[in-house]
Design a protein around this ligand. Structure first.
Ligand SMILES: Nc1ncnc2c1ncn2[C@@H]1O[C@H](COP(=O)(O)OP(=O)(O)OP(=O)(O)O)[C@@H](O)[C@H]1O
Ligand SMILES: [Mg+2]
Length: 236
């Protein structure tokens, strides 16, 4: 595995309250890596630390050979990390294309490249580029949210609960989208509450509980783990 992202022993606190403790994690090129854990475990905080939105008080984060631990969010995104935030919303009154362009902030020709990339992955968005985003189906809307994250053609796409707020029957659609991205070779760091699907999709996974990585392994291996089964898979 060629390592793309390496997080080593980071600690993050909000004020005096420690949230992440000695967290280490790696993402290899073209891997899908999933982080699961209960509410409040620190999953969102972990993604935010990687993208520079919250500072790590110790430890290091290295991305494609660059130490990004102390870099600013815009510098980190320029190096090729795209972070789709938890609960990310689209603008319902803008068209699909306008929403995508908002995800770009780039020179014109790069924007054209981004659109091509997203439309090749999601032809459905191309067909609907002039449709108001508010009229998209739930699954299509999530494609748009993911599409925005892809506009910069990132080397690493971080998705924080892409299924959030989606009707249960559409969850499968979201995972279809993620499967398609995986097939295309997009490297993904995924945080998800739908543990069974997320671990099945993942090459590798980590379990974060109370700010500590308590388990890690292959996606399939974690699905068979006794603790994971009991706590996250309803004993199945
Ligand atoms: N800006 C903040 N200031 C203070 N405390 C915060 C802040 N953001 C998060 N926290 C606290 O840090 C802990 C971890 O939060 P985080 O959002 O990372 O959890 P999470 O694993 O993503 O949870 P969820 O599954 O509910 O999204 C929680 O106890 C939360 O209340
Ligand atoms: Mg969260």
């Amino acid at each position: 595995m060629k390592v793309l992202l390496s997080v080593k022993n980071i600690n993050v606190s909000y004020g005096k309250i420690p949230v992440l403790r000695d967290v280490s994690l790696q993402v290899g090129e073209k891997e899908v890596v999933t982080v699961v854990g209960p509410n409040g475990a620190g999953k969102t905080t972990l993604l935010k630390a990687i993208s520079g939105l919250v500072p790590a008080s110790s430890g290091s984060i290295v991305f494609r050979g660059h130490d990004i631990t102390k870099l600013r969010p815009y510098e980190i995104s320029r190096l090729g990390i795209s972070h789709v935030l938890e609960g990310k919303r689209i603008f319902p009154n803008l068209t699909v294309k306008e929403n995508l362009l908002l995800g770009a902030f780039k020179a014109r020709e790069r924007t054209e490249e981004g659109l091509k990339l997203v439309y090749d992955l999601f032809p459905r968005l191309k067909e609907r580029e002039n449709q108001r985003a508010g009229t998209l189906s739930g699954g299509e809307r999530q494609m748009l949210v993911v599409g925005q994250g892809l506009m910069s053609n990132p080397s690493l796409l971080m998705l924080d609960e892409p299924s959030l707020g989606i009707a249960p029957k559409l969850i499968e659609e979201i995972f279809e989208v993620l499967k398609m991205l995986k097939k295309q070779g997009v490297t993904i760091l995924l945080v998800e509450q739908f543990v069974a699907q997320a671990l099945k999709l993942a090459d590798r996974g980590y379990v974060l509980e109370n700010g500590v990585i308590c388990l890690s392994g292959s996606g399939k291996g974690l699905c068979k783990n006794k603790h994971v089964k009991t706590v996250y898979l309803g004993g199945k």
